[in-house]
Design a protein around this ligand. Structure first.
Ligand code: ADP
Ligand code: ASP
Ligand code: MG
Length: 462
């Protein structure tokens, strides 16, 4: 596409209710109007309404526990919420059609959860089918709201476009296949001057089985579509003013970071800045497409621009924290002078498809952190066959991120002084030298983040 085309992704809170969806229509209209005459229309990607994915996951859990009644009741409740919004946004025939589509979609889901509850089983494939309902429903409503307001929008089932492997609940895109479909399905819509509206997060295998990209994956969907269509900008519209200097749920008044490099944004997202799904930057980098984070409640605020260029001001970009991680300590007397131990160790994590975030080593021991502790028991059992293993939950990773951290050796010293007295479990700096990472008890996260934030972002010189 052209340099002035954009993909615009709206997260759950940005489509939470009828007012929020109306704001979305206005933002997209304004974006299109601001583009040069004859520009291609934006491509719009939406998340499920806020908290709907959580609700659908709960329905799946209830089905797994065999509670058909509660699971089905929850589906009815979710349908009601969608219908109220749909009625608020559309009139006459369009309203009827939309209500019918939503009702049949949720009724089908209701039937499914009852059957799954009878079997007390929800496979990963069925889990994906259940949660995909959220994005399918929200995107349908948004498309109808656009049409109602005379914007030429076309609803597209993302499962016709985004092709993934069959790793249900955490599927990886097949970029070649997806870009082929994007050219077949999306490009003609855009070429006609119409706005494609798609649900994020959801996809399908080549064989047509529904998959999902992992929690928060709508950002990733938007970046994938953006890269395939080679757009000029990927916009992530959310409920904060951009990437902030720290998680606003942890630090009282973080500031907006106006500009970040791709690498910094990636690192912050990976280490817990939830405003961006960690994989979002990968497709953007592949085509060198700027990513902008914007607030759908304050659309004229400048937000954060993420590009391939290095940031101009300050050594630090921002802080991030990832909570509720587990530290696994693995000790082997045989590690001394031996090779092959690390391979053996990491193979266990690989076998159980568990990602490791931070790694530190000493002469005879290795400590790692894992975020997803679902397979921890199996992992510990297998590691115990050749080493001594202990685990500690309720830990947190605190990261200090900036491309130019290494320009000033004093930054590390200041960080350590700022968190003096807080027991540190692991400390690491990877070879990119873009991030210092401290692993500490979750109970100390607020204190550590606040003190670091004061030292680096509230003090007069940084
Ligand atoms: P959306 O539903 O729009 O995808 P998310 O809830 O996934 O929104 O992400 C936005 C939230 O990310 C913010 O409300 C904020 O609480 C959280 N967050 C964590 N760290 C940061 C950060 N460094 N900058 C901005 N937001 C952050
Ligand atoms: N709705 C999905 C979730 O809550 C995807 C997203 O919002 O990005 O995880
Ligand atoms: Mg998100």
């Amino acid at each position: 596409m052209s340099a002035d085309s954009v993909v615009m992704k709206f997260g759950g809170t940005s489509v939470a209710d009828a007012d929020a969806m109306t704001r979305v229509v206005n933002i997209v209209r304004r974006q299109w109007e601001s583009q040069p005459k004859g520009s291609k229309p934006p491509v719009v990607v939406v998340s499920a309404l806020s908290r709907v994915t959580d609700g659908l996951i709960r329905a799946a859990d209830l089905a797994r526990a065999g509670d058909a009644e509660k699971s089905a009741a929850l589906i009815v409740e979710l349908l009601e919420r969608h219908l109220v919004i749909a009625r608020n946004l559309t009139t006459s025939q369009r309203a009827e059609q939309l209500a019918k589509a939503l009702t049949s979609q949720f009724a089908e889901l209701g039937g499914r959860v009852v059957a799954m509850a009878a079997a007390k089983q929800v496979t990963a494939a069925n889990h994906d089918l259940i949660v995909a309902t959220g994005e399918l429903a929200s995107s349908r409503i948004v498309a109808a709201a656009f049409q109602e307001r005379n914007l030429p929008a076309v609803w597209v089932d993302s499962r016709q476009v985004l092709v993934t492997d069959n790793e249900h609940t955490l599927a990886a895109p097949d970029m070649d296949a997806t870009c082929g479909r994007a050219r077949e399905v999306l490009a003609p819509i855009v070429a006609r001057g119409e706005i494609p509206i798609l649900g994020g997060f959801i996809a399908a295998t080549n064989a047509g089985l529904t998959t999902t990209l992992g929690r928060g994956g709508s950002d990733y969907s938007a970046a994938i579509f953006g890269a395939c269509l080679d757009v000029g900008e990927i916009q992530i519209w959310t409920d904060v003013d951009g990437m902030l200097t720290a998680d606003p749920r942890v630090v009282p008044s973080p500031q907006v970071v106006p500009h970040l490099s791709f690498e910094e944004a990636s690192e912050l997202a990976y280490f817990g800045a939830k405003v961006l799904h960690p994989a979002t930057i990968v497709p953007a980098v592949s085509k060198n497409i700027p990513v902008r984070i914007l607030n759908s409640r304050q659309p004229s605020n400048p937000g954060t621009l993420i590009t391939s260029e290095a940031r101009k001001n300050g050594h630090l970009a921002a802080l991030a924290c990832k909570r509720d991680v587990t530290v696994v300590d693995i000790t082997s007397t045989r590690m001394f002078g031996a090779h092959g131990f690390l391979r053996r160790l990491f193979e266990v994590f690989e076998r159980f498809k568990t990602a490791v975030d931070v790694v530190t080593t000493s002469e005879v021991s290795v400590s790692v952190t894992v975020d997803d502790a679902r397979r921890l028991e199996d992992i510990v059992r297998e590691l115990s066959a050749f080493s001594e293993v202990s685990t500690e939950g309720q830990m947190a990773i605190v990261s200090v991120v900036g491309d130019r951290l290494h320009d000033d050796p004093g930054v590390f010293a200041r960080a350590i002084v700022a968190i003096e007295g807080i027991p540190l479990r692991l400390v690491s700096q990877a070879s990119s030298r873009r991030t210092f990472t401290f692993v500490l008890h979750d109970a100390h996260v607020t204190d550590a983040m606040t003190r670091l934030h004061t030292a680096f972002f509230e003090a007069p010189v940084r």
